[in-house]
Write a protein that binds this ligand. Structure first.
Ligand SMILES: [Zn+2]
Length: 129
């Protein structure tokens, strides 16, 4: 179960403007190409281990990344909003548990509404300003 992590997906244009892949040290270290395209791991930095069991953050701190830039203003400005949004969504899920006997008693067999709320708490969508 993952509650409280935030994934940020980027369009090609956004990735090339904000993350600058291929720009050497000016490339953002948190940009990765995932199954759904470009993804920013700024708020998920402890995730995604490579085959050596190392996270991107560990690799970066050890100086083993070509890219060196630690995020961008665009993604940093989400900071407070993200914790707020995630907290609100977790609260919504917990409020549902208070009224739904099935979800309370069957954490692995959530009702459809409970499952949606939990998924949403794990993957909140944040709009760019
Ligand atoms: Zn339920």
């Amino acid at each position: 179960m993952r509650i409280g992590t935030v994934s940020i997906h980027l369009e090609d244009k956004e990735a090339s403007e904000l993350c600058r892949p291929g720009a050497g040290a000016d490339t953002c270290i948190w940009l990765v190409m995932g199954q759904d395209g470009w993804e920013c791991l700024y708020y998920n930095r402890a995730e995604g281990r490579n085959l050596l069991g190392e996270t991107l953050e560990e690799k970066w701190k050890a100086g083993n990344t070509v890219a060196k830039r630690d995020g961008c203003d665009e993604v940093k400005q989400f900071g407070d909003d993200i914790s707020f949004i995630v907290l609100e969504k977790i609260k919504k899920f917990h409020a549902h548990l208070d009224i739904c006997e099935q979800c309370r008693n069957h954490p692995f067999g959530l009702c459809s509404e409970g499952a949606l709320l939990l998924k949403d708490a794990g993957e909140p969508t944040i709009k760019r300003r």
